[in-house]
Design a protein around this ligand. Structure first.
Ligand code: NAP
Length: 471
């Protein structure tokens, strides 16, 4: 595919291959943007921001609404493309398209709601006889930098609110999965978006991404990806607004009164989706000692039964990991844990990008499979002696994106919600659950700022205060 900027589809001199993680076959190629292309994309987006600002909220609503419908019309085709470039199963790919349409629909609604507030100036000394109100205006040019693991919906979570708020957007998609983002651009143009309102420049984050982040004409960066890259972007961005949606090692606490059948179902559903490559995937199960061994025994066969294989086969439940080097890293972390005394309950085998669904018991909190972000199809289990210890272990992380607890006790659940510092907290389900309308974002090194269209438009607009004197 070509990239799109300054109102036109364009080629580059160097092409980058997009490979299918399942078998390494080439799905397509995209250009590597040159520094001149990046400059032209930014200049085009500056012109686009002026044009977008003139569009009425209702027109922005109509464009996004149409685009949401078009995503649904092309659900199967797009779901297949997501599966081919990312490696998730076709079922997961098609579901991602449904969610993407919902994200654009929610964004469309926000385009109609960008209001301000009247300020009660007569409540201030000397304020009588004046009228004050606030206005929300677009930031200008928004840069959306996205990761590989949800190549359509996470792009929609940035592009939808940015356009709803009247900005122009430059997308820098992940190099492993740029095709779904480029197809989204086609759809938005077909839905009537002014061509300079959107750009998608492809190429490596270290070159293309860095040039974009440093440029002062970009007023807002919305980044989703790893904490290391996020930290680098914060250091290079200069004086502009940033939202950071970063990684995690999400915990799930299981108390002694939990229904273990439900826990096992939740761990399978929230620990192995997209081969564990979900930022809120269940990584650490912390179970009280009186149910710990029973849970290990219940979970082992269920994890081993997760069916792996060709992502396009409707019977496949888990596809490959994105890159061989990441699968090799996961292997190495498991071997380190085993050498340190952890017990492999099932899985652990690797072949290229394919990693078997894995359960590891007797994990110590200082092992890398516990304290770092694993991002693979592995859940580690740790026993705790009390709720105090379980809550302390869950919170003992530099990350804080999502956490869960299984208990029948309302007191325990509320204590968990108050004491575990995490952006999302799930009671009686695993950490990997999200509806696209909720305020979503992390604490600590999991980032700052919220996504969810209603919240993202706040971060992609500026507030002005207007005072009329002498009334
Ligand atoms: P990544 O390596 O951090 O890359 C994310 C994006 O940043 C890619 O588009 C990448 O481009 C770009 N990038 C790399 N270096 C850059 C630089 N110097 N300047 C500007 N951009 C740069 O992450 P990933 O492997 O794609 O995704 C996995 C990570 O994303 C995990 O840590 C996961 O937890 C996190 N994530 C978080 C959330 C959330 O909502 N909190 C959601 C999903 C994923 P290239 O691809 O060209 O390198």
């Amino acid at each position: 595919m070509k990239m799109f900027y300054a109102g036109h589809w364009r080629d580059g001199t160097n092409q980058v291959q997009v490979a299918n993680p399942y078998d390494g076959s080439v799905v397509d190629t995209v250009p590597q943007a040159s520094p001149e292309a990046v400059e032209a994309a930014i200049a085009g987006a500056v012109a686009g921001a002026a044009e977008m600002r003139k569009l009425a909220g209702y027109e922005r609503f109509q464009i996004l609404r149409r685009a949401a419908d078009m995503l649904l019309e092309r659900q199967q085709e797009l779901g297949r493309l997501i599966s081919l470039e990312e490696g998730k199963t076709l079922t997961e790919g098609v579901f991602e398209v449904t969610r993407s349409a919902e994200t654009l629909e929610l964004s469309a609604e926000e385009a109609k709601r960008l209001g301000g507030e009247v300020l009660p100036l007569d409540g201030a000394p000397g304020g009588a006889g004046r009228l004050g109100f606030t206005l929300r205006v677009p930031c200008g040019v928004v840069l959306a930098i996205t990761p590989f693991n949800f190549p359509l919906n996470l792009v929609c979570h940035k592009v939808g609110p940015a356009l709803a708020a009247g900005n122009s957007v430059i997308i820098k998609p992940a190099s492993d999965t740029p095709l779904s983002a480029l197809r989204l651009v086609e759809i938005l143009l077909e839905a009537g978006l002014p061509p300079t309102g959107i750009a998608c420049v492809t190429g490596s984050g270290g070159s293309v991404g860095d040039l974009l982040c440093r440029d002062a004409r970009i007023r807002k960066i919305s980044f989703t990806g790893s904490a290391d890259v996020g930290r680098h972007i914060c250091q290079t961005a200069g004086l502009k607004r940033v939202t950071m949606e970063l990684g995690s090692n999400s915990p799930l606490i299981v108390l002694g009164d939990a229904n273990l059948e439900k826990v096992a179902a939740a761990v399978v559903a929230t620990g192995y989706g997209n081969a564990g490559q979900v930022c809120i995937s269940t990584q650490r199960v912390i179970a009280l000692a009186n149910v710990y061994q029973d849970l290990v025994e219940l979970l082992g066969p269920r994890v081993a039964a997760i069916r792996t294989g060709d992502p396009l086969d409707p019977l496949t439940q888990m596809g490959p990991m994105i890159r061989e080097r990441d699968a090799a890293r996961v292997s190495q972390w498991i071997e380190e844990a085993r050498a340190g005394g952890a017990r492999l309950v099932c899985g652990g085998e690797r072949s290229g990008t394919h990693f078997a669904p894995t359960l590891v018991a007797d994990v110590r909190p200082d092992m890398r499979i516990s304290c770092d972000e694993l991002f693979g199809p592995v859940v580690g289990m740790t026993a705790a002696q009390s709720i105090d210890e379980a809550i302390a272990l869950a919170g003992d992380s530099r990350y804080g994106l999502s956490a869960g607890i299984f208990t029948e006790s309302l007191d325990a659940a509320l204590r968990f919600a108050r004491e575990v510092d995490s952006g999302n907290l799930h009671i009686n389900w695993g950490p990997a659950w999200r509806a696209d309308l909720i305020p979503y974002g992390g604490l600590k090194e999991s980032g700052f700022g919220k996504e969810g269209p209603r919240y993202a438009v706040q971060e992609m607009t500026e507030m002005k205060t207007v005072i009329i004197h002498g009334l």
